[in-house]
Design a protein around this ligand. Structure first.
Ligand SMILES: NC(=O)c1ccc[n+]([C@@H]2O[C@H](COP(=O)([O-])OP(=O)(O)OC[C@H]3O[C@@H](n4cnc5c(N)ncnc54)[C@H](OP(=O)(O)O)[C@@H]3O)[C@@H](O)[C@H]2O)c1
Length: 298
């Protein structure tokens, strides 16, 4: 504990020290990893997942905006206001995962980012490392980027430090000879988009069964469309984003659910820090992942 009940000093952020999240509600009987004490204090309790599991983490404005549009890079940070508690939860969710899965749109829109726990909450790095050791996870989660086109910024820092790129035959052709040696490619047999069930099956075959997705809205649309999402962590940031004529998507793009395909959820937990809400939902639709054979090849 750092000082005055704060679990971590927030290091230069306007909000001062990070106070523990206040637990408002939690369903009984949740899986528990046994978080190191500092993490459990900051999170307001324990956390865990039962593999195989795919969970998403998003921050949204009160009016349902998750991305400000292509002219604004790193719009998630603008929506969260770089709130230390949100960055802590982001880091914690990454620290629990075998892989962090994103779409190429998020990679293109977030220059300079690395999808590691430490990047968003460096002050908790030793405790994230201890958690990963206790879970027998690799030092950091593997980054997996999904792209149909193969149009990825190969100079991006996140790719330079190593990633798996899941793509189509055309995408692999476009990427041929352009990726840093730290990256590997998984190529689909056929098709202009990837079946996400095949991507997950390929990850499972490599022993990666706890998958965090940080989106964006199109990738979430694909995962939901195939019935592959188990849980959603949603931070509601106390800000209004507004919309004019530009596209400002909500959580899901490229897929309509209501009215014909209602997708209900159950609230697993609710936490609060100041005016931020940290909500964890379980999708009620049956789990559909774990296909019989990986249809993607190295
Ligand atoms: N608020 C938040 O928490 C949050 C979280 C994440 C992202 N964002 C924001 O969301 C915006 C990006 O949105 P987005 O919807 O474009 O992001 P995205 O879902 O990450 O990227 C979409 C792209 O991913 C690839 N892709 C997704 N599913 C695929 C599939 N099944 N098969 C093949 N390729 C697939 C395609 O890449 P190609 O075009 O290369 O074929 C597609 O154009 C950014 O502004 C980002 O900052 C916000």
């Amino acid at each position: 504990m750092a000082e005055d009940g704060a679990a971590y000093p927030a290091g230069g952020t306007p909000s001062g020290s990070l106070q523990p999240l206040e637990l408002l509600h939690e369903e009984a009987g949740q899986p528990r990893f046994g978080l190191p004490p500092e993490l459990a204090t900051a999170y307001g309790g324990d956390l865990g997942f039962t593999p195989p599991c795919v969970y998403a983490n998003f921050v949204t404005s009160i009016d349902g905006v998750v991305a400000l549009g292509p002219e604004y890079p790193s719009s998630g940070s603008a929506i969260s206001g770089r709130e230390p508690a949100d960055r802590f939860v982001m880091g914690l969710l990454r620290a629990c995962a075998d892989v962090v899965l994103i779409g190429a749109g998020t990679l293109r829109a977030t220059p300079g980012h690395r999808w590691t726990p430490d990047h968003v909450c460096p002050q908790a790095a030793p405790d994230f490392a201890e958690l990963r050791r206790s879970l027998r996870r690799a030092t950091r989660p593997e980054l997996v980027v999904v792209t149909a086109s193969g149009d990825v910024p190969t100079e991006h820092e996140a790719l330079q430090s190593g990633a798996l790129i899941a793509t189509t035959v055309d995408g692999a052709r476009r990427l041929d000879g352009r990726l840093p040696p730290t990256c590997h490619i998984l190529t689909a047999d056929e098709g202009s988009t990837l079946r996400m069930a095949d991507v997950l099956a390929a990850l499972h075959a490599q022993g990666h069964t706890v998958v965090l997705t940080e989106g964006g809205p199109h990738l979430i649309g694909h995962l939901l469309g195939e019935g592959l999402l188990d849980e959603l962590f949603l931070t509601t940031s106390p800000v209004l984003a507004g919309r004019a004529d530009t596209s400002r998507p909500g959580l899901i793009a490229g897929l309509e659910l209501l009215p014909n395909r209602p997708t209900w959820t159950d609230l697993i937990s609710a936490r609060r820090r100041d005016s931020y809400l940290f909500l964890r939902y379980r999708l009620r639709t049956p789990r559909a992942h774990g296909g019989p054979r990986p249809a993607l090849a190295h």
